[in-house]
Design a protein around this ligand. Structure first.
Ligand SMILES: [Zn+2]
Length: 442
């Protein structure tokens, strides 16, 4: 039998596929052509089948799908650690909003580049982002070589990107037009939340999502306070309010879902909406514990996100998986809740489903060549009994030694191929001085 040519053959001690059977392959091999996976199996199975132009023998490494961060505000890396441990309103009114009002495109672009560097370093290959002047985030993603679903945040009040909401729509249209044929960047419609928009804004945003055939994402049921505000303003809880406007179904991605009733969970499963769980942000802002095990058992597709670096304070999906699994055990007082496989699913295939991007989230024939490799000789990963357990409970993300998106290496053994980390570090110091000067003095 003649071998078929391909660009690259990757071999490693372990491949965690996340395919339908959740296969974990020892002494695994993967054939890649362009940005696509052609074949995955054991070295013996694939022996002689492929004629690669290049071979990468990764040895004592674990190869897995790149992680999908389903909820971020990437540019908020510029606020990382500027103010912590404060009541929400003090934090927002004195430290975040005064600076956000003054944000420039340059700062937003820098923050997004820094976020990309962090995500590449810690194994994330795709993220779903909402912020202001999102075109700057798109520019950063394009440069970094990552994959992303991006949406301009829509508010009922002015943002640094627009003076009035009416001016937001052309910005959203332009972003969509610019990236609609891009291989790695997609756009989505992202009104901020129930309490920062109007019924008219939400209706119009929903129509736009239908017209563009794209994801519609919003913060939903993040706190008890949000529910109370919704009841006061619209006489309905957030989910019911959205449904009264005709907003429902698989296109919907809701960030948080902390304050949900059992009836709402059943309804969410019935309509097929997706929820992005952000445990570290929920803990840090003391918004509460989302009932993720219950939500999953109800049949809702739950994925995982870090939220912005101001309320986390990192964009690391390994620590987020760890937090999600541990928090759910405390929430339910049941150590079997949200096991390692379930939390890895949330960070990979469930995220791909929520973003309506089925080529992502697992390593299988026909899927995108978005993968990361972890160094299995690091002390915290030894010994190795169960690879999936290590990914959820022992890995920190800093064991990532290779990150590849669409078949292209973005990071390998301390070296970025698309970003200048030293220049980013120098620039971070300059931006930090600017942020400090804009924050209202205490
Ligand atoms: Zn958020």
């Amino acid at each position: 039998m003649n071998a078929t040519p391909c660009d690259l053959l990757v071999t490693a001690d372990i491949i965690v596929t996340q395919d339908a059977e959740r296969r974990v392959i020892e002494d695994g091999t993967m054939a890649i052509q362009g940005g696509t996976i052609l074949d995955v199996g054991s070295r013996t199975d694939l022996n002689g089948r492929w004629q690669p132009a290049q071979t990468r023998e990764l040895g004592h490494r674990l190869v897995m799908p790149g992680l999908v961060n389903a909820h971020t505000h990437a540019s908020m890396t510029v606020f990382r650690g500027v103010a912590d441990d404060l009541p929400l309103m003090t934090w927002l009114t004195e430290h975040i909003w005064p600076v956000e009002k003054a944000l420039t495109e340059e700062v937003i672009h820098f923050g997004a580049l820094l976020a990309c560097a962090e995500m590449i370093r810690t194994g994330t290959t795709c993220f779903c982002d909402m912020y202001l002047a999102e075109a700057q985030v798109a520019r950063a993603v394009d440069q970094a070589g990552l994959r992303a679903v991006l949406g301009e945040g829509i508010f009922a009040f002015p943002s640094p990107a627009y003076a009035k909401t009416d001016d937001a729509w052309p910005i959203i249209e332009a972003l969509h037009a610019r990236y609609k044929n891009h291989e790695r960047i997609r756009t989505a419609i992202m009104p901020h939340a129930v309490y920062t928009t109007t019924p008219e804004i939400l209706r119009r945003s929903w129509e736009l999502a239908q017209a563009h055939g794209c994801v519609w994402k919003m913060h939903l049921s993040e706190s008890v306070t949000e529910t109370r505000t919704s009841l006061e303003q619209f006489s309905r809880r957030p989910l019911e309010y959205l449904e009264s406007l005709g907003i429902s179904g698989e296109r919907c991605l809701f960030a948080h879902g902390v304050d949900l009733t059992a009836e709402e969970m059943a309804r969410m499963a019935e309509t097929g909406v997706n929820v992005a769980h952000c445990p570290q942000s929920n803990m840090k802002l003391a918004n509460g514990m989302a009932r993720i095990e219950e939500l999953r058992r109800a049949g809702v597709n739950v994925c995982l996100g870090t939220d912005g670096a101001a309320s986390n304070n990192d964009l690391n999906m390994f620590s987020e998986m760890n937090s999600a699994a541990l928090l759910q055990k405390v929430q339910t007082m049941d150590p079997t809740a949200l096991n390692a496989q379930a939390v890895l699913d949330m960070a990979t295939i469930n995220g791909a489903k929520a973003l309506a991007w089925p080529r992502l989230g697992s390593l299988e024939t026909g899927k995108a060549a978005d993968l990361v490799a972890l160094d299995l000789t690091q002390p915290n990963l030894l010994p190795l009994y169960n690879p999936v357990s290590h990914l959820a409970y022992a890995a920190t993300g800093m064991e990532v030694c290779l990150t590849m998106v669409a078949g292209k290496v973005l990071y390998e053994d301390g070296r970025y191929t698309t970003l200048d980390m030293q220049a980013l570090a120098d620039e971070a110091a300059r931006i930090a001085r600017w942020v400090k000067a804009k924050a209202r003095p205490a």
